[in-house]
Design a protein around this ligand. Structure first.
Ligand SMILES: C[S@@+](CC[C@H](N)C(=O)[O-])C[C@H]1O[C@@H](n2cnc3c(N)ncnc32)[C@H](O)[C@@H]1O
Length: 351
């Protein structure tokens, strides 16, 4: 069905950019991967995120939210806003744990996920509130939480041709199958490559992604945050690692029933499509949007920094040590995932 709609669009407008294809595959109303009614994240779905593995993720983040609250001098209207809250497990684990007064906003674009989140958060109905889009948020003081949100933004794909031309990947169709065509690169795609990955321009056949949607997302987060923090947790690299000459095929991956494929043109609307985050670009755009970068570290270092003796004791008492290890060990999510902490309009230093 979604494939047919994409083909109809191509018939009407000509080949569409990979970014537009990914936008439709993930977010086309009611048929995209993140907008369809029967989306499932976790064991019965296509992929796991940390909050689906264990409550230790929310338990530890609740400690960071408390730090943030103290740092902001315990404001009366302290608000946590989570973007794309999945099944609502992270919100639940934070609210189960935390004792400070707060309001918790959940920004959810999918009505079915919103229903699931409301069920999972029934006992916290006095604190929780839902909005359909970031645009609908009232500016607030507090903290934004974005767990694995930036990797779900539609990306552009580029490829260096045999004649060292920089081409952008577009999607066309032939015999009712979607196919790729390479067309001259758009100006802002090229500017991005020249800025963050100039060394790949001469590598014939080199292919990777450009995520320009991150810029608008970080800008709107800044617009909605009067004072406070943004916590971004995601898998990604700095630009040297991301665009390493040996990473010739980029980072684009698809998840379908817990198996990984590299073909975004199958299972359209039924499989997740994702690309790693270029944290160098994110850092630059965050600063331009008015944020200060308070920290940018591996998930391992971030969570270990929250663990004093009392926290570790609680992790043992709650019997969560195995899950904790998975969050922090390099062979788990400790090194693949990074945490960026941004602040805005602080009166004093953080930490
Ligand atoms: C990979 S899922 C992660 C879900 C959840 N945070 C978790 O960790 O399980 C990415 C989520 O981000 C959401 N998302 C991406 N861009 C968004 C935006 N601009 N506003 C609201 N949600 C967004 C998607 O709809 C999707 O639910």
């Amino acid at each position: 069905m979604l494939k047919k709609i994409i083909i109809e669009k191509i018939k009407k407008c000509g080949a569409i950019s990979f970014e537009d294809f990914m936008e439709m595959a993930l977010y086309f109303p009611e048929l995209g991967y993140y907008t369809r009614a029967d989306i499932k994240i976790g064991r019965q779905g296509d992929f796991f995120t940390a909050s689906h593995l264990s409550s230790v993720f929310g338990f530890l983040l609740s400690k960071e939210v408390e730090n943030v609250y103290q740092n902001l001098n315990c404001p009366q209207d302290f608000t946590v806003t989570e973007i794309g809250p999945g099944m609502g497990y992270l919100a639940k684990d934070i609210l189960d744990e935390i004792s400070i007064p707060l309001k918790y906003n959940l920004v959810e674009i999918n009505p079915s996920l919103k229903d699931l989140q409301q069920q999972n958060l029934k006992q916290h109905s006095d604190k929780t509130q839902w909005v359909n889009s970031i645009e609908d948020l009232e500016p607030f003081t507090g903290v934004f939480i974005c767990n694995e949100v930036f990797d779900a933004l539609p990306v552009r794909c580029f490829e260096i041709s045999e004649s060292e031309e920089i081409m952008e990947v577009y999607v066309d169709f032939k015999d009712y199958e979607l196919i790729e065509v390479l067309l001259p690169c758009r100006k802002n795609t090229l500017q991005y490559i020249e800025e963050f990955a100039p060394w790949v321009l001469k590598i014939k056949g080199y292919r990777s992604e450009v995520n320009l949607k991150m810029k608008s997302l970080i800008e709107i987060l800044s617009k909605k945050l009067k004072k406070g923090f943004v916590l971004i947790i995601d898998y990604g690299y700095n630009c040297q690692e991301y665009y390493h000459p040996e990473r010739k095929k980029g980072t684009l991956l698809c998840y379908y029933k817990h198996s990984i494929t590299e073909n975004p043109y199958i299972n359209i609307g039924n499989q997740d499509i994702t690309a790693h985050v270029n944290f160098t670009a994110l850092e630059k755009w965050a600063k331009q949007a008015g944020f200060k970068v308070e920290g940018h570290l591996s998930q391992s270092k971030f969570f270990l920094s929250l663990c004093d003796e009392a926290v570790l004791r609680e992790i043992y008492q709650k019997n969560l040590i195995q899950h904790f290890k998975r969050l922090v060990l390099p062979q788990g999510m400790g090194e693949s995932h990074r945490v960026m902490i941004l602040s805005k309009n602080l009166d004093s230093h953080f930490r």
